[in-house]
Design a protein around this ligand. Structure first.
Ligand code: PLP
Length: 403
């Protein structure tokens, strides 16, 4: 045999008995079968064997199992981004003539998918008031096949009556899917919200945020507790080719053991800064679900709140402020530009604190009555020292939003 051929066919088998804390990184498109018979009988849908990289590797199976465990689910599929998780759910469950209900404060691209591809495929959508279970109830109809839930809502941070929303979906026989990126499996158990088994059918999670924690990986997951529902999602996952790369899976597996510590640290820092913002006269409103008076705080208490006096409950390190209407949007832009530690960028959950101004009118059907007038700025708190972040906010307020 030519040495070049020899090199390619050099014997190799994964190390048996190599026990290290970190799972191995196995990369494959091709998986080799020992015989045609084995190839024909192997089932790509179960985890009993390997057939092709797209359908799973030992590395991706480990991450799927850990995300399912984190969220209290039983099955999980990995997809290339959080948005792909949302799309996978939609394409698995909806067909022409069906309708999907989405909270008006949902992650923007979820709405964009409904207005774009879903509408083009003859799937209709309605946006419901996330703070009114009655509004959701009134919109569920014979064509409703999927209800999206989000707690807390993106950008405006309202915490809905999640338990009643889920009970309603169950009573009406409609599948509920939660965008669980904010809670990350840590703030509450999406599959058992009340300790009595009231839970969503599906949890979609942008692993890009807290599970990655680095601001350097895009990935998503869809977790379930029902084998038939999982299979539907898995089939669509396969047909759309939503595979993930082993290096990205490795990055998330590496960050996952510290997710609890990071979540808690970013929560504490976020709450300290949100409370400080309450005292700043430039801010007309501070939106943080754990803050008394913030929209849905009572529901946050119910689902994420303190189990006992020593426990402060859990919350992501995200909050928004409504800059008082006496300031122009140019001044608000200058405030964001003046920040030095808070960088201007999308996403959250990484080590670097981020800031982003938003136009509520462009995101919501109607401006909700519970939001004061003004321009909204969202902060995502990273892992920097809190006093340094406070100083950064102070200097930017002084230079851009004089009292
Ligand atoms: C970021 C985010 C997503 C999308 O995640 P990507 O990985 O960036 O596509 C979905 N939902 C929520 C609530 C998010 O914050």
């Amino acid at each position: 045999m030519e040495r070049s051929t020899d090199l390619i066919h050099h014997p190799y088998s994964p190390p048996d008995g190599f026990v290290a804390p970190q799972p191995g990184v196995f990369k494959a498109s091709t998986v080799i079968f020992p015989s045609v018979a084995a190839m024909r009988t192997r089932d790509w849908k179960s985890k009993s064997g390997y057939t092709y990289g797209l359908h799973g590797t030992p590395t991706s199976f480990v991450l799927e199992a850990r995300i399912a465990a984190l969220e209290g689910g039983l099955q999980c599929v990995l997809v290339p981004s959080g948005l792909a998780a949302i799309a996978n759910v939609a394409f698995a469950l909806l067909k022409s003539g069906d309708e999907v209900l989405i909270p008006d404060n949902a992650y923007g691209p979820n709405k964009a998918l409904a207005e774009g591809e879903l509408a083009a495929f003859g799937i209709t959508h309605q946006y419901y008031d996330p703070m009114s279970v009655a509004d959701l109830a009134a919109r569920i109809n014979g064509r409703t096949k999927l209800v999206w839930l989000e707690a807390a809502g993106s950008v405006t941070m309202e915490f809905p009556d999640l338990i009643e929303q889920v009970r309603l979906c169950k009573a009406r026989g409609v599948i509920s899917a939660l965008d669980n990126t904010w809670g990350a499996g840590l703030a509450f158990n999406a599959f058992d919200l009340d300790g009595q088994g009231t839970g969503v059918d599906i949890s979609a999670h942008a692993l890009t945020k807290y599970p990655s924690g680095g601001g350097d990986v895009l990935m998503g997951s869809v977790t379930t507790r029902n084998e038939a529902l999982h299979l539907k999602i898995k089939l669509t996952h396969m047909r759309l080719g939503l595979g993930v790369g082993a290096n990205d899976v490795e990055a998330i597996l590496r960050a996952l053991p510290s997710i609890g510590l990071r979540y808690r640290a970013q929560d504490q820092a976020g709450r300290a800064l949100a409370l400080w913002c309450v005292d700043q006269p430039q801010f007309a409103q501070v939106l943080h679900p754990a803050l008394e008076g913030s929209p849905g705080n009572a529901y946050w208490q119910q689902v994420c709140g303190a189990a006992d006096k020593a426990d402060t409950g859990a919350s992501a390190g995200l909050f928004s402020v409504m800059v008082d209407q006496r300031y122009s949007s140019q001044q608000v832009d200058k405030f964001c530009d003046s920040l030095k530690l808070f960088k201007l960028g999308f996403s959250w959950g990484g080590p670097i604190s981020l800031v982003m101004p938003y136009e509520v009118e462009q995101m919501r059907g109607t401006r909700p009555a519970h939001l004061t007038a003004g321009t909204l700025v969202r902060f995502s708190v990273g892992l920097e020292n809190v006093a340094d972040l406070r100083s950064d906010l102070t200097q930017a307020l002084t230079s851009a939003l004089p009292g």
